[in-house]
Write a protein that binds this ligand. Sequence first.
Ligand code: 6R9
Length: 715
Amino acid sequence: MSQQSGTPESPSPDAISSILVENRVFRPAPAASLGFTKWHIGSIEEYKALHAYSVDDPENFWREEAQNLAWFRPFDTVLEWHAPDAKWFVGGQTNACYNCVDRHVQAGHGDQTALIWEGEPLGPRTSHPVEGSRYAAEPEVKSLTYRDLQIATSKAANALKALGVKKGDVVTIYMPMVPELAVAILACTRIGAAHSVIFGGFAAHAISERVMDAHSRVIITADGGYRRGDVVPLLKNVEEALDQLTNQGHIVNHVLTLRRTAHEPPSKRFRTGEKRGATVLHWWHDAVDTASDACPCEPMDSEDMLFLLYTSGSTGKPKGIQHTTAGFLVHAQMTARLAFNLMPDAGQVFWCSADIGWVTGHTYVLYGILMNRVPTLMYEGAPNFPAIEGRPGAGDRFWDIIARHRVTQFYTAPTAIRTFMKWGDDLPARHDLSSLRVLGTVGEPINPEAWIWYHTHIGRTRCPIVDTYWQTETGGHVCTPLPRAIPTKPGSCTLPMLGIDAAVVNERGEEMPPNKGGLFCIRKPWPGMLRGVYGNRERFVSNYWGRLKDPKTGMPWYFSADGSRRDQDGYFWVMGRVDDVIKVSGHLLGTMEVESALVSHPAVAEAAVVGVPHEIKGNAICAFVSLKTHWLKAHKREPDAALRAELTAHVAHEVGALAKPDQIRFADGLPKTRSGKIMRRLLRDVANGVEKITQDTTTLEDFSVVAKLRESDEE
Ligand code: 6R9
């Protein structure tokens, strides 16, 4: 092992697996050996001084930080805080697309690469072959400069205007990971429309629910997207959602569709201008390609809505998290710059493998990276396409991409890392990963084994790892190592980001002593914080601001719904959610969402869903289902494997494949308290095979159901 960042202080590297209390510390290597010659923050002392300043004098700290945005009109006031309502950079005007694209063109960088895109399919579609690939057929690669993006977003913006989209409207975007997705998002912001991006893995019901909640009248989609060699039928899902919406009396005026996967002439499906019910259909190549490329960026007030992004909560209905313009941009730009040490003109290529349908893709595929003028890489497909010969399911596409595009910063999720571990160490070993400088992870706590594997086999013990903890609601990072400054400990997101006053407290708001678990909270407002839950004030206030407050002043504090502890060095160790929300493969799902899908099947009387630890996915979904006996009789059905398969498919259809239960257990009834609440913790114990019921079950309505549940094992 090298003497650089790869050397753990204690214990010896042999003791890698199954250490319960993780106490290895990885110190940042000497600056020069880390590959970048300059670092924004170069030492722990510098970080500590800056962090102290940022929370002691937030107004001045953020005033200075906001100078990194281009403003159409400077702001008068840094912050107006009437908890829980924050207004940042009041009186200022700016524009997101302007900051990501136009300002770079105006500063003379129009010819620099803004976005590098690689499609999933290999073969004849290739337009720009790349050197050094092991694949016989080359993937399709496109490179867009800031000028290209300026032209593309202007055209798309004009096309949206022609469809009647105005400042303040919400445009729904349901697209594959193609450059036009980035263009569509930025085009909305160009004209001051808010975007609501829906992950391409969600099904029709998830689309209609979000479109309806956002009062959205325009949808941008594609005929399909490529995923592991298959075509995801996006337009078909939108059409199904349109039918559901029509039934509920919500009219979508226009659907704009990119042709991505169809090989037959587009006229076979529909012609631009054709109607489907009350909705007019348009092809992207008709509406956008022919539009004018002149469209100025709309000056937006700091607090104008930038986007909505739906996230799962502990009720069945997803929450439309609302972010506004200037605060989100300032936070995104700063956190991207510091956590990944982004620098323009330094030969960097940044790759975040998240889908843009999740917040990680919003902040760290697009906004944060483009604003820092570092090329951002977007890959359309799966890491195991093509599969390795003789090893079904395994792939090395990511390492091939890193090698070919000379990626310098790579950002992915623990669930992906665990999958790569399973596929074998030899796959990354085949590739030249020497361009890498900083590695990141996000989405859930990373287990130390996966951290060490990432560090050893991808970072080749040279690259610092930044384990970034944050949420859709926080807009950007809230706790993360800074790669040159903060020593890391595998499994810890280390210390708070500048400007974030984070703490672990008990229900009374008292800070927990070292290594005692408590609730993760943020005690001061920050620019990237959510401004609301769309159309649901009550949920905004009670979910985030109703539980914790300053014991001295009574001022509400932000509660993230995560449990955490801080160790003796002040490092945060996030332990996971304390509400009924589970992370499956890094994707947030509400147990209620899956339960609602299950009970919408005619065979199901009641359902309860819990998470169980899973080696690769982090958590797997275990569903307890009680069936309607009269339905079974009437349909001559049994609680058998066929019914399980049917229910699984039903959930996939209602919510999306990511919500498929890994286990379905049939039960006569579900354990409830006297007040009728399902005892989830008890079900969790049953699902985890905990022999002795660890909970106080005195409020159980019917003791016998627990025993029956345990017997209802799948075999
Ligand atoms: C960015 C994102 C948020 C929830 C969050 C927490 C978990 C995310 C984490 C992490 C431990 C990390 N989480 N990053 N837990 N360490 N580095 O994932 O947003 O989809 O809204 O999920 O993810 O539980 O509350 P989102």
